[in-house]
Write a protein that binds this ligand. Structure first.
Ligand code: G16
Length: 548
């Protein structure tokens, strides 16, 4: 216990000056921008992490340095709360104020304001665990965080180069060890052992599927999947591609989940012929999408919506078979969810579906409202949450028949297999593989649950994306004024047409989504709306082109 020495804070801060004229915002997943602009931000996020820990009775807070799916030259930093969830939203404002303090004196003033406004005791101890992905800019940004933690006397654990979900996992483990909510061993070995044991329980004694090609986006997922293979290798063969984490410029370049989802094709160089089973991670391995080629060699995507449908239908069946009818299951999506997926969940699986704004932080909290909350963004980011009621019901259930006992055991294994802190490509991959193995179905059979409406996601660069404001879970624009009416007029004639526009919280672009009954209508609609945004809201550079 020691009070904060503000002179030392100022001296340390002077080594991490804020670049003048830059405005930082804590966006969809923390601060994210060109790495060269982030030194002061990461230093200050280190300060915020320590303050957050002090506020929460010295619980361990996680700091992750990553820009996930963004290009390699970007980086980012975000905080993880004690149970592995994203930073509580009310603290995002503190983060933004700290990051934008112009001088060292201003920084001290903001720290003091946070202390007063949150009622925290600045002399409390603090404890921080931090990790980074494989970006070349990572070590210098870690050093900036460490400078802040040192000056505030925080207890620290350097978790090294890890996937983002591993950092979320270990944060929760560190805070629950020795309690009845203990989540696992707070080590990487503990993480792989937990997943490996649960996967073994779900798939042993079943015929194994053919090898899985994993595109690791030339990111941290590549070495991690090799570690995973050491614990589950007897049940599944991985063929890892795009695993070059050393050559500059390769991270997320023409590969990875975001490329595959937005381009709707396999990464160049992957030999995706009929019969190959493939999936892609993103740069920090918190997203996953699956795909295959049909008999005609046509690319078929199984995105986050398809994973949500597969997961929900499997869990619904297990809960029913186990006789645990009081467990209420729900699915959470965003506006990007394909219209066909929402119709499938609602009309076929008959589960309640909620729609929330983009960002795991929004989906996670909505999913907590169910006993079993399945949440997935179409981009492949998602997980399943089991409430304590659900976990207690599963653990205490005995089952009267062998089928019931088996269903209960599988549900129990799922609660260990699924990383309930955040979307996790490795855990989600094992989850999907265990469902496919249990059902003994192919990717094509999984795909047949419903047919996606053709859809298109376009990025439009504008002078200031902050002029865009949305409502209704981002499905409608409020500002720029009048733009939504024009969008409505363009969409109206399209069969099953839908389109919305929202500012990205991770990239300096505006995103345009469109779907319609046919590929031609969809592409035409996306082109028209993207052009409208470009023309009416300060488009920069080249006007969006037609899709040929
Ligand atoms: C992050 C968030 C996701 C979000 C994505 C894109 O993903 O964690 O929830 O869908 O950004 O957000 P936006 O459209 O606002 O740029 P990741 O994988 O980059 O961390």
């Amino acid at each position: 216990m020691a009070p904060i020495d503000y002179n030392k804070v100022k001296l340390a801060s002077a080594k991490h000056p804020k670049p003048p004229g830059v405005k930082f915002t804590y966006g969809t997943a923390g601060f994210r921008m060109k790495a060269e602009l982030l030194d002061s931000v990461t230093f200050r996020v280190g300060i915020l992490a320590s303050l957050r820990s002090k506020k929460l009775d010295s619980k361990t807070i996680g700091v992750m340095i990553t820009a996930s799916h963004n290009p390699e030259e970007d980086n980012g930093v975000k905080l993880v709360d004690p149970y592995g969830e994203m930073l509580e939203q009310s603290w995002e404002e503190h983060a933004t104020k700290l990051a934008n303090a112009e001088s060292d004196d201003d920084l001290v003033n903001v720290i003091q304001d946070i202390i007063v406004n949150t009622g925290l005791d600045g002399s409390n101890d603090s404890s921080i665990v931090y990790a980074r992905d494989t970006r070349p800019s990572g070590p210098a940004l870690v050093a900036a965080v460490e400078d802040a933690l040192k000056v505030l006397g925080a207890k620290t654990l350097d978790f090294g180069v890890k996937t983002t979900p591993e950092l979320h996992y270990v944060t929760r483990c560190l805070n629950t060890t020795g309690t009845e909510d203990a989540y696992g061993e707070p080590t990487e070995e503990g993480y792989f052992k937990k997943l490996g044991d649960a996967f073994r329980e779900l798939v042993e004694r079943k015929p194994h599927p053919s090898a899985l090609t994993v595109d690791a986006a030339n990111g941290v997922g590549a070495p991690k999947i090799r570690q995973l293979a050491e614990v589950v290798g007897e049940f599944i063969d991985f063929n890892v591609v795009n695993d070059d984490i050393y050559t500059k410029g390769k991270l997320n370049f023409q590969c990875g989940a975001d490329f595959v989802k937005t381009q709707q094709r396999a990464p160049p160089g992957m030999n995706l012929v009929s019969g190959v089973r493939a999936c892609s991670f993103d740069g920090d391995a918190d997203r996953i999408v699956y795909y295959y080629a049909d008999e005609d060699g046509k690319f078929r995507l199984l995105d986050g919506d398809k994973i949500a449908g597969l997961a929900a239908s499997f869990i619904i069946d297990l809960v029913r078979t186990a006789g645990l009818g009081d467990i209420k299951i729900g699915v959470v999506q965003t506006a990007y969810a394909n219209g066909s997926s929402t119709a499938y969940l609602t009309n076929v699986l008959k589960v309640p579906v909620s729609c929330v704004p983009t960002g795991v932080k929004h989906l996670h909290h909505e999913a907590e409202k169910y006993d079993v909350g399945v949440y997935f963004e179409a981009n492949g980011h998602g997980t399943v949450l089991f409430s304590s009621h659900a976990i207690n019901s599963i653990r205490s259930a005995k089952g009267g028949t062998p089928e019931q006992v088996e269903a209960i055991n599988r549900l129990s294994a799922l609660t260990n297999l699924i990383n309930q802190t955040v979307g996790d490509a490795i855990s989600d991959m094992l989850f999907v593989e265990s469902i496919l193995t249990n059902k003994q179905i192919t990717l094509k059979q999984w795909d047949q649950a419903y047919t996606d409406l053709p859809n298109r996601l376009v990025k439009v660069v504008v002078a200031d994306r902050h002029i865009f404001r949305t409502t209704d879970a981002e499905r409608k624009l409020v500002e720029p004024k009048g733009l939504q009416d024009k969008i409505n007029t363009i969409v109206a004639p399209y069969t099953e047409g839908r389109s919305f526009v929202r500012p990205s919280g991770t990239e300096d672009v505006v995103r345009v989504y469109a779907e319609a009954a046919t590929r031609q209508e969809c592409d035409e609609l996306a082109f028209k709306i993207a052009g409208l945004v470009f023309d009416e809201a300060g488009g920069v550079g080249e006007r969006p082109k037609e899709f040929l």
